[in-house]
Design a protein around this ligand. Structure first.
Ligand code: SF4
Ligand code: URA
Length: 265
């Protein structure tokens, strides 16, 4: 009963987020039309169109909206690997689907499984802090996803236990990969930040440890913008590693400054 309620709560939270995302408009820089008093804020919001600026709506990625919603529905029913049997909630991703940067973690943990949103536990709080203090961004400015969408558990019989996390297996990773590929092809970010060694190995095929791989730009091997226009990938430490070893924060801060310089370029 408790589990069913939690699942329902997670699904409701996920639904509310999709509604928010559907109505979310990226901030428009430049002159904005004033909202007049006899119109409602939502109805009167107009995007200023200047000669060199397309309306924001038409710059939104083609996958946003119906295609993305269909993918989320498919994933919620997904049983392509065994993780689908023990999850409470499939965790698709969160944030701005027109973001310049996508952060990719490993897979949902206890908190994410319960809430249906990536990086909402202790690692997530630290990720939010890094976004805020180093990049001046909120999670709604970027997009956050994981390599696998369901919680890999040591003991799948007990989704209510904390400390029941394990890395995803190669079979789970390859079963789930199409969801991430589609997400990325819809969002078409300028760059991807891989959080930790699993995401780095999966997306780049880099086998060296994260301490050697981090802090350098790589080309994403999948060409979403056509030949010669690679998406850039920056590996850095997973926030969970920083919680275990705060000495790694300094390097992570350096990596985030590289990211800031790149996205502001
Ligand atoms: Fe499907 Fe991915 Fe969940 Fe496996 S982890 S059941 S492939 S959504
Ligand atoms: N760790 C991850 O890799 N992803 C999450 O969503 C949470 C913790």
């Amino acid at each position: 009963m408790k589990r069913e309620l939690k699942k329902l709560a997670g699904e409701l939270a996920a639904y509310i987020r999709t509604v928010d995302e559907d109505t979310y408009m990226p901030p428009v820089t430049g002159n904005q039309l004033p909202v007049t008093s006899n119109q409602s804020q939502v109805a009167s919001y107009q995007l200023p169109v200047t000669s060199n600026q397309l309306p924001v709506a038409s710059r939104r990625p083609p996958g946003d909206g119906a295609e993305m919603a269909a993918l989320i529905e498919e994933m919620k029913q997904c049983r392509k690997c065994l993780l689908g049997n023990s999850r409470l909630n499939a965790v698709f991703g969160v944030g701005n689907t027109a973001a310049k940067v996508v952060f990719v973690g490993e897979g949902p943990g206890f908190d994410e499984d319960h809430r249906g949103e990536p990086f909402v536990g202790r690692s997530g709080a630290l990720l939010d802090k890094i976004l805020d203090t180093v990049l001046g961004l909120k999670r709604s400015d970027v997009y956050i996803a994981n390599i696998v969408k369901c919680h890999p558990m040591v003991n799948p019989e007990n989704p209510e236990a904390r400390g029941n996390d394990r890395p995803p297996t190669p079979e789970e990773i390859s079963a789930c990969r199409p969801y991430l590929d589609k997400q990325l092809s819809f969002i078409k970010p300028k760059c991807i930040v891989t959080l930790g060694s699993v995401a780095t190995r999966v997306l780049l095929g880099v086998t060296q440890g994260i301490s050697l791989a981090r802090g350098k730009w790589y080309d994403y091997p999948v060409e979403l913008f056509g030949p010669g226009h690679p998406i850039k990938v920056l590996p850095t430490y997973h926030p969970a590693a920083l919680l275990r070893n705060p000495n790694l924060k300094r390097d992570t801060w350096e990596d985030m400054k590289m990211l800031k310089a790149f996205i502001e370029k």
